[in-house]
Design a protein around this ligand. Structure first.
Ligand code: HMH
Length: 220
């Protein structure tokens, strides 16, 4: 319909891939209450390192935005960047609670691969449209994954509810929807090639997210 943006069409077209990222056995096991706490600890340590790289990535999105877009976009991205400060504190507190040594943790290969992808956005040749699309879908995978863990019928262990609420809250959903509106607006006036590049970035994120969950839940 007329109110359906490009992002909604991608999510329908690539439904299977989107669901592999947002209904992954790892996050579904959190919701079921069967989660392996060794895996949860591994995810926590790895995600802390990811978020540190993510800060630099969001800064690169902000920079691209400042160079070519309007001030409402800037305020939303800046708000997202600011909230990562609180998120890093949260990771440290949570790591202490779970006995995860953040200093002694080194990135596993899927994390390194994802971080390299994030670093590639430093290139000024990568467009704001591709960057904001990437930002939106990275946040949305966590929003959708963790919201499912606190939806009706969940059996999420109480000590994991705080984690799930961080990304599964109504506020975080609203923030993701603001990003999605920016993306759809950016895509609306771009060439088919530019839209295709953004769609490829969208799919790459879904792949990298599946890899990140696989890495977290792997038994090795
Ligand atoms: C791997 N994807 C990964 N970590 C995160 N913290 C987010 C997305 C959301 O910020």
């Amino acid at each position: 319909g007329a109110d359906e943006g490009t992002t909604a069409r991608w999510m329908a077209t690539h439904r299977g891939m989107y669901e592999r990222a947002t209904r992954h056995p790892f996050t579904v096991s959190i919701r079921d209450g069967t989660v392996d706490l060794v895996a949860f600890r591994r995810w926590l340590g790895q995600d802390y390192m990811f978020v540190r790289e993510f800060v630099a990535f969001v800064a690169s999105v902000l920079l691209k935005c400042c160079k070519q877009s309007d001030s409402t976009d800037m305020e939303i991205i800046l708000g997202g960047l600011a909230s990562l400060s609180d998120e890093l504190s949260w990771f440290k507190k949570e790591a202490a609670k779970w006995g995860v040594d953040l200093v002694g943790t080194s990135p596993l290969s899927s994390n390194t691969e994802y971080c390299r992808f994030l670093q590639s956005f430093d290139d000024p040749e990568i467009s704001y449209t591709v960057a904001i699309t990437t930002f939106w879908i990275i946040e949305t995978v966590y929003q959708d994954s963790f919201a499912f863990c606190i939806e009706e019928g969940h059996r999420t262990p109480s000590e994991l509810l705080g984690t799930c609420q961080r990304w599964g809250s109504a506020d975080f959903k609203q923030y993701c929807q603001s990003l999605q509106q920016i993306v759809d607006r950016c895509l609306a006036n771009r060439t088919p090639d530019a839209v295709k590049s953004a769609e490829e970035a969208f799919l790459r994120v879904l792949e990298l997210e599946v890899g990140f969950w696989d890495m977290s839940s792997s038994q090795s």
